[in-house]
Every structure is written in C-alpha cells, then in structure tokens.
Write a protein that binds this ligand. Structure first.
Ligand code: 8YV
Length: 308
C-alpha cells in the first residue's frame, strides 16, 4: 500500500482512532482485523489500495469508504451498495493538475524534452552537436477518450495550443463542438495525439488495444493519465519497439509500481510515476475533501462528493 499523505494522516490521527493498515505486514493483517474490525467504521483508500470484497467482508461495522482519488476502480461498489456502505472520492480539485500533466506529457513526448535533457547532461551537445529535430504539438489533432471533467479540461488546454479536438465516449456530449467518434478506431486513425482520460470500468479495460494502437500509427502519440489497465501494455511495448507507434507519454502503468524496463531505453517515451494529482496544493485539497466527507458522514449530512 502507498503511504498516506502526511497532512491527511495527522488530521485523521487527531480526529479519529486511526489504524494504519498500510503499515501492516500482510501476514499479520488477519489477526489485526479479527481483533479490531468491530471498531472500524470508515476506510480511507487511494488509487493503489481501495476497498475490495475481502476487506469489506472483514469489516462488519464499515459505514463509509472514502478514496483519496477521483478514480474509484479499487472500490467494490456492488459490495458497498449491497451493504449500504457510503462511498466518496476526491473529484474536481485535481482536474487542473491532471489536465496540465496530460499536456505536459504530450509536449514532452513530441518535443523529446526528457531525451534532450539527457543528451545535454551527457555532454553530447559538445561532442556530437545539435540535438535531433522533433515534432510540433501546436495545431495537432488531439483525440480524447472520455470527455468528463478531466477530458474537458485537457480539451480546453489543447484548444489554446490551436489543436483540433475530437473525442470518444459512451454517448455524445451536448454543448460541445468537439467532433464525436462513436468508434474509437476511427478516432485513433484521425488524431495525432490520443489521450486516455476515462474512468476504469470493465468496459474500458484495454480500451487501447492493438487495433487502436495500429490505427494511431507510426506518427501517433499515446498519452495515458487514466489507469494503466486502460492500455494493453504488452501490445503498447511491441508497437513502440516495432515502430508501429510514434511515441507515448505515460503516467500510469498496468502493474504499478512495476514499469517494464524495456521502456527505459526508448527516447520516444516519457514516463512519470503516477503523479497526475501530485502537487502540494492539490494533495492538500484532496485531503480536505476526504476529511470533509468523513465529517459529513459522522454528522449524518449529505456527503460532499458522493459516489454512492
Ligand atoms: C491518486 C489518482 O489517487 O485521483 C486519482 O484517481 O489516481 C491519483 O490522484 C493519487 O496518486 C493517490 O494515490
């Protein structure tokens, strides 16, 4: 499990009886839960560790799950619903940061900023001369999978770069002039940069598969700020190695924190360790939203950002 945000941890510690499940070795988890589960009424998770059926079953008094994340793919919603457990997440406050990172990864990948930085640091500028010519971002066609809060924020930013915006989602969105593609392969064929920004649900697992990657093609760039499992990572790697895909900017990976080492050797790939929301300002706002939801629950009020 990931360590908890220090501010959130200290506030939870001050306001409640906090059990640090993330520090618990797996082997002692069962004994710990047997001894303490009757007093556990709330569970705080994140994008790496949520509330699966096992932990929910082990906590008979559980009333609420709050995820320190907008994505709630690690929460067993069906189980929570059947037990009448409330669920909340931390939307909106992280939208700007995640959208900023999507644009940053797009530019960094096309302009090969990280590779150019490595080039300079290795003194190659002096010995080999000018770094290679790269590709432009402004004016490109950007395809977005998922035009929710984060997808729309990415679209707005890309528009400011003179990009043409098109998108795929389950249904066409009213009040937007962006071109809608009911078929994701056609979207991938028509865009230069394809950004994954949809929630992870059963239907969107591997939404970017070999066919989509091949449709994006050898000049196309894939950006993933959603979840690693949106993309068939093995297919992505083959396409990058075989030159069937132009490049990729990835903040998320299928088996985090494991990132296939083969990616490290590719200059057309930019990798970040799931840091979409990781700014001081946003993490503080996410923590406050977790605390606000817990407080609302205890006071029998509507949750601030309910999922269930
Ligand atoms: C993580 C995220 O929650 O909001 C999401 O869905 O993936 C991130 O904000 C964050 O990295 C803490 O785990």
């Amino acid at each position: 499990m990931l360590p908890m945000n220090p501010y959130l941890e200290s506030e939870l510690d001050r306001r409640c009886k906090l059990f640090r499940l993330w520090e618990l070795p797996k082997a002692s988890r069962k004994d710990f839960l047997d001894a303490n589960s009757p007093s556990i009424r709330a569970l705080v998770g994140n994008s790496a560790a949520g509330a699966d059926a096992d932990i929910i079953d082990a906590l008979p008094q559980l009333e609420i799950v709050v995820s320190y994340s907008v994505g709630f793919d690690k929460v067993d919603l069906a189980k929570c619903r059947s037990r009448g457990i409330r669920v909340a997440n931390t939307p909106d406050v992280l939208t700007d940061d995640v959208a900023d990172l999507a644009i940053a990864l797009s530019i960094a990948t096309l302009r090969k900023i990280c590779s150019a930085d490595r080039y300079l640091r290795s003194a190659a500028w002096k010995t080999k001369g000018q770094y290679m010519i790269t590709s432009k971002f402004s004016g490109k066609t950007v395809g977005i999978i998922g035009l929710g809060r984060i997808g729309s924020a990415i679209a707005k930013r890309a528009e400011a770069f003179g990009c043409f915006i098109c998108y795929h989602s389950r249904t066409q969105k009213p009040n937007t002039n962006y071109k809608y593609y009911p078929d994701i392969i056609s979207l991938a064929m028509d865009c230069d940069v394809l950004v994954v920004a949809c929630p992870l649900i059963a239907e969107t697992r591997h939404i970017v598969d070999r066919k989509v990657i091949d449709a994006l093609g050898s000049n196309g760039v894939l950006i993933n700020i959603g979840r690693g499992s949106h993309v068939d990572e093995a297919e992505l790697i083959s396409a990058l190695l075989e030159g069937r895909l132009g490049g990729a900017g990835l903040d998320v990976f299928e088996y985090e924190p494991h990132v296939p080492r083969i990616l490290f050797s590719l200059d057309n790939v930019v990798l970040t360790p799931h840091v979409g929301s990781a700014t001081v300002e946003t993490r503080q706002a996410m923590a406050d939203l977790v605390l606000g939801n817990l407080e609302a629950h205890v006071m029998n009020k509507p949750l601030l950002t309910p999922v269930l």
